[in-house]
Ligand binder design. Structure first.
Ligand SMILES: Cc1ncc(COP(=O)(O)O)c(C=O)c1O
Length: 431
């Protein structure tokens, strides 16, 4: 059990969270290595060991740190990156270049240059003007570059609008109109600097049904057939993307096999129909690897009881460390870590310290009666898109991240200082 209650306190991966708050300060993100590795074990058992020629590329946008890349490396996982910043973190971790896959709908020339020089394993092309930039860098460094092409499958997955990515009206993926899609594929096939490997899809995030995945894969395979027919080329790789749903409040998490078994069966079937060898299959899970592996610890400060209306409980963090509530009305579960076995009988709204009315973390949430300044609030499932989306709004420092494992703890990222926030500030002479 990653989460336990002992002596009225919340323990996380063997660590007393009240002691963690004392030792490391709050607000603080806490990540469980045991939980992260249990996801990798599940993927190994139900995907990469079960099906030959398969790969997991962790979508590091969900949570990117040098130490996280080390955990991926140690577990034989590849990584999906989308920026120079993520590439630099991978380089710092000594991450093997060939296991890096570069996504993104507007890769900058400098990012492409650096990634080709570093020797990343493949580019997932997601722009109509991207191939010439890759070719130029490939020629400059005299390296042939692996490429797969991300398509927009035109499938609407059922999730929040901001995390749907597979519908036709999307900034992601190459549109499938013949006069747009086929020239991009031809350009990749014809280029002496490019090794065209296959196709990529990613339909959205926080998904619990597998039918949209299958529909999207069918669109991918229809286009694999088209590529074979028009250019005589068999695709060798298909990337299913990520998006596997996690538990924040009352969602029921599905095992990876719920998505992957039918996808692999469909891939086998459609490959046989087209008359090509079953391509390599790759997934890019982000949220499902790290969301539930993370909690955030805060200290309660001011409490404002507005008679007949609402009781606001302020914490020392908020939208700066967790923008998901304001951004897409995300909901969380939480406990008072130092009163973890007390019955939750009082309804409060937990708000952050930023100057925005929308800086709310929990609305009408039940906690034990008698909450007071100094209590430690723990919010659950904050490991994905929390730290990675954190901001310095109000010049609040971004909290540190502590890694825990079987009762051990240490920094993964030290907290930012207020001085570091302003270190690049400049005062021009003409002021
Ligand atoms: C291309 C791509 N792959 C993978 C992911 C990871 O999705 P998730 O964190 O839902 O697994 C994303 C998320 O935005 C993405 O855009």
């Amino acid at each position: 059990m990653i989460r336990e209650i002992k002596n009225g306190r919340l323990f996380f991966d063997g660590c007393d969270t009240v002691e963690l708050a004392k030792k490391y300060g709050t607000p603080i993100y806490v990540m469980s290595q045991t939980d992260i590795e249990s996801r990798f074990d599940e993927l190994k058992r139900d995907f990469t060991d079960k099906y030959p020629n398969t790969r997991v590329a962790y979508a590091s946008k969900a949570f990117c740190t040098v130490g996280m890349y080390k955990i991926c490396e140690k577990n034989g996982i590849s990584i999906d990156i989308v920026s120079l910043g993520e590439l630099i973190a991978a380089e710092k971790a000594g991450f093997p270049a060939e296991r890096i896959e570069f996504n993104g709908n507007n890769k900058l020339p400098a990012e492409i240059d650096k990634a080709v020089r570093y020797g990343v394993g493949r580019f997932i092309v997601d722009g109509l003007q991207e191939l010439p930039l890759i070719e130029a860098a490939a020629e400059k460094y005299q390296k042939k570059v692996n490429v797969i092409i991300r398509i927009t499958p035109g499938v609407a997955a059922s999730t929040h609008d901001y995390i749907v990515t597979g519908k036709k009206d999307s900034k992601f993926g190459i549109p499938l109109d013949d006069d747009i899609f086929l020239p991009v594929v031809k350009q990749a096939i014809d280029s002496p600097w490019i090794e065209f490997l296959g196709l990529h899809m990613h339909i959205g995030s926080q998904l619990f049904e597998n039918d949209a995945f299958i529909k999207a894969l069918d669109v991918v395979m229809d286009h694999a057939a088209k590529i074979k027919e028009k250019f005589g080329v068999a695709i060798r790789e298909v990337n299913f993307g990520g998006g596997f749903g996690v538990k924040y409040t009352d969602e029921v998490r599905k095992p990876y096999s719920f998505f992957l078994d039918p996808l692999m069966a469909e891939l086998e079937k459609r490959s046989a129909e087209i008359g090509i060898e079953r391509p390599a299959a790759v997934i890019e899970p982000g949220r499902s690897i790290v969301a539930e592996a993370g909690i955030t610890l805060y200290t309660v400060g001011q409490i404002k009881d507005i008679p007949g209306l609402r009781k606001y409980v302020s914490i020392d963090g908020g939208m700066g460390d967790n923008i998901r509530v304001a951004l897409y009305q995300a909901e969380y579960d939480a406990v008072i870590a130092n009163k973890a076995d007390a019955e939750a009988t009082e309804t409060v709204t937990v708000c952050g310290k930023c100057c925005e009315s929308g800086d709310i973390i929990l609305t009408d949430f039940k906690i034990p009666a008698g909450v007071e300044a100094g209590d430690i609030l723990a919010t659950f499932s904050t490991g994905a898109y929390g730290y990675s989306m954190a901001s310095n709004y109000n010049n609040n420092p971004i909290p540190g991240v502590v890694l825990v494992k079987d009762g051990q703890s240490d920094w993964l990222v030290k907290p930012q200082t207020p001085e570091q926030i302003i270190q690049n500030n400049v005062v021009p002479d003409f002021i």
